[in-house]
Design a binder for this molecule. Structure first.
Ligand SMILES: Nc1ncnc2c1ncn2[C@@H]1O[C@H](COP(=O)(O)OP(=O)(O)OP(=O)(O)O)[C@@H](O)[C@H]1O
Ligand SMILES: [Mg+2]
Length: 439
């Protein structure tokens, strides 16, 4: 058993979710699939610019409600770059991982420049220079047209320039500067991509998806429940496979809580069951398990790592409050302005409902509330029931399965929304006077 490590525990609490979880559990099927498809994109023994690498349509989408563990999956992929692979076949090949965030991707170069650096760092500036040059020539041509044409042409210039110049750049790379392994391009927060199919960024993503450069590249998009919609809009279809992340299992929750103690040198002997009971309100939702660990860690710091000295009643209360505070912060303005409707819809929602059923449910409840106008009730402009459903998926209140059936991915968020809509809400009473938190 390690010594109690208070400085590392303090660091974990201070850094919060920016840091990888102390113990990462599960998700093996997702990691294995991504790793295997990436390895399959690699043709051993071939020069990387001989044109026979890659598989068209091997994009993977990792989606889930807020706090499900999407970013953690991408982080884990990147960690695997360093460790021996457990995926089947081609065991000596370790894919490189290029981890990007959609918030920093506004133009093709934001993907192509880091990719060029990863393929051949020394020659990457040549690509950027070439790209900027052809773009300025192209945009100048575009300036001759009228406004709309100019915009369309400059759009096309951006995309084609990126795609064609990247191919040229690869063709003229020295043979010895070839890639030595396949590359996974993992883009987090992909639900923020709000491009149509002809936009420059979407075209680069399509080029990756379609294997336009015959390179051993695999595109992985991670994002909220509406990521699939966004990727369809960008025409990243045909072969794309979805992976949903959600609740952990009971056993994984146990592993997380025990692993937490082991990592920070806390002797939890005899407290195994108490730890699980304490973490129960998380309903096995990864973000809540993070809160459970952070609150437990804070109390342990006050008690020099002695689990026996903890006030478990206080801990239970603090953990419950953290969940409620989190859900309150998860409520968007439109949801807040519709508390009553949200409560009724979430209460009457049944797990096997389809889009049309939920639309009817919303519209039926809107009609029964005299004088209530859905389209004008939301603060962010006019919306209809479909838009509201899309919004609820984005916020993590609902989730669509591949079969088109909806469900509520975070059970306790649903209960919260139901309680929140009641005037004598249990929720409001529980959190009154507890607005300050560093979680
Ligand atoms: N597989 C896992 N094992 C243990 N803990 C996990 C796992 N996945 C996620 N967590 C915990 O849950 C927290 C939330 O995970 P993460 O940030 O990956 O969620 P997310 O789905 O990316 O959330 P968001 O939608 O807000 O971006 C992490 O800080 C981590 O502590
Ligand atoms: Mg994330």
């Amino acid at each position: 058993m390690n010594e109690f490590n208070s400085s590392v525990l303090r660091q974990f609490i201070d850094e919060g979710e920016k840091r990888a979880p102390p113990v990462f559990v599960g998700r093996d099927d997702i990691l294995d699939d991504i790793l295997s498809i990436s390895k399959r994109s690699w043709k051993p023994g071939a020069w990387f610019r001989e044109g026979n690498h890659g598989i068209a349509g091997n994009t993977r989408i990792v989606h889930g409600a807020p706090g499900a563990g999407k970013s953690s999956v991408l982080r884990k992929l990147r960690d695997w770059e360093m460790t021996p692979s457990v995926a089947l076949g081609l065991s000596r090949i370790k894919p490189r991982v290029l981890l990007l965030n959609s918030a920093l991707i506004a133009r093709p170069l934001d993907i192509l420049k880091p990719l060029a650096s990863l393929i051949c760092k020394r020659k990457a500036p040549d690509f950027v220079e070439r790209y900027e040059r052809s773009l300025s020539l192209g945009v100048n041509l575009g300036n001759a047209g009228i406004n709309m044409q100019r915009q369309t042409r400059s759009y096309q210039n951006h995309s084609l320039t990126g795609i064609v110049d990247f191919q040229h750049w690869i063709d003229f790379l020295p043979k010895l500067s070839r890639l030595k392994s396949p590359v996974i391009i993992a883009i987090d927060e992909a639900q923020r991509f709000n491009h149509d199919a002809s936009s420059p960024v979407a075209q680069v993503l399509q080029a990756l998806h379609d294997n336009a450069w015959n390179l051993p590249l695999t595109l992985v998009l991670a994002g909220l429940g509406d990521t699939l919609d966004k990727s369809r809009k960008m025409q990243l279809t045909g072969g794309t496979k979805l992976h949903e992340v959600g609740c952990l299992s009971f056993k994984q929750k146990q592993q997380v809580m025990q692993g937490f103690c082991q990592t920070f040198g806390i002797n939890a002997e005899g407290f195994e069951n108490r730890l699980v009971t304490y973490a129960e309100p998380s309903e096995d939702w990864p973000r809540h398990l993070h809160f459970a660990q952070a609150i437990l860690g804070q109390e342990l710091l006050k008690n020099h790592g002695d689990i026996r000295a903890l006030d478990w009643i206080l801990l239970d209360e603090e953990f419950q409050k953290s969940r409620i505070r989190y859900y309150q912060s998860q409520q968007s303005n439109p949801m807040r302005s519709l508390l009553g409707l949200m409560a009724t819809v979430m209460e009457q929602f049944k797990t096997d409902m389809k889009l049309e059923d939920i639309k009817e449910l919303i519209e039926g409840n809107v009609k029964s509330q005299a004088g209530f106008d859905l389209e004008n009730s939301l603060l962010e402009g006019r919306r209809d029931a479909y838009e509201l459903i899309r919004h609820l998926v984005h916020q993590g209140a609902l989730q669509e399965a591949e079969s088109g059936i909806f469900y509520s991915p975070i059970p306790s968020f649903r209960s919260f929304l139901i309680e929140q809509g009641n005037v004598d809400s249990k929720v409001e009473n529980t959190v009154s006077g507890n607005s300050s938190s560093n979680l």
